[in-house]
Structures are given as C-alpha cells and as structure tokens.
Design a protein. Structure first.
Length: 150
C-alpha cells in the first residue's frame, strides 16, 4: 500500500517564527500533538521540522525556559526533517520511523511540498486491520473445508 492512501491531509502547520506558546495553543485548539514546521515558498509549504507537545515540555519547559512566547518552533524543531514521499510504500515509513526513532512523518510530493502526515498510530492501525483481514480469510478457508469434507 502507498503512503498517500494512509496519510492524513489535514496537517497542522506552523511557520518557523511561530512562538512555542502560540504553537501549544494551536495544538490545543486543533486537538493534535504536533505541528509541522514549514517554510513557505510561494504557494508551496515545505516541511522543515516537527515540534510535538513532548518537545515543548521536555525541550523547553523542563529546561527552565520561562517565556515560551520568546522561543520559536524553528529553534526547537529537530533537523533534518525526516519525510516520506506520497508514493512510497508503508514499509518505507516503518523503516524510516525505526531508523530515526520518530513517530510522525510529513508526506511530500515529488517537489518536496507538504501533502499530509503519517503517524505511528496510522501504521499500527493499518497493520492490525491487515492482520484481522488475513485472520478472517483463514476462518473462511476452514469453513469451506468443513463443508466440502464433513
């Protein structure tokens, strides 16, 4: 299966200059745990990082940063930003997530423009659905055998 079949196109984004405080408020409003940090080039949004709620807590608040309005998401976003192509296979996403220890991957088109996001939870849900479907096919096979060979 290709990533674009699994990814979510409703991505919460933030320009590099957005403050951590504004990003945290945006995450709360949108009920999400991350923002994809983007660089705007004309109409194109290019992902340059991801900042998660965990990054804000561990990378800023726990480090004693008192004024989250003075720190930008671009300062906290890990670099480089690991992305996946919309036409890549799910197995590629799993490999990238394992190799780099990330749970979210921005999905980009062939020009590097943001098209969506795929998460660890998306991949696990797909895997469980696939295994469930496979399990049902084995049950059907057994029933067919029982009918044919009572």
């Amino acid at each position: 299966m290709r990533i674009h079949h699994l990814s979510n196109s409703d991505v919460t984004t933030a320009p590099r200059e957005m403050s951590l405080l504004a990003a945290a408020k945006l995450m709360r409003e949108r009920h999400v745990g991350d923002v994809v940090v983007i660089e705007q080039r004309g109409a194109a949004q290019l992902p340059v990082g991801i900042v998660t709620d965990r990054d804000i807590v561990l990378g800023a608040i726990a480090q004693g940063i008192d004024d989250l309005a003075k720190v930008h998401v671009g300062d906290l976003a890990p670099s480089p930003c690991h992305v996946i192509g919309r036409d890549d296979r799910i197995e590629n996403a799993i490999d990238i997530m394992q190799l780099h220890g990330v749970r979210r991957l921005p999905v980009v088109n062939d020009r590097g423009e943001l098209e969506g996001i795929v998460t660890y939870d998306d991949v696990v849900s797909w895997m469980l659905s696939t295994l469930s479907s496979l399990s049902r096919s084995f049950t059907k096979q057994r029933r067919r055998e029982e009918i044919r060979r009572p």
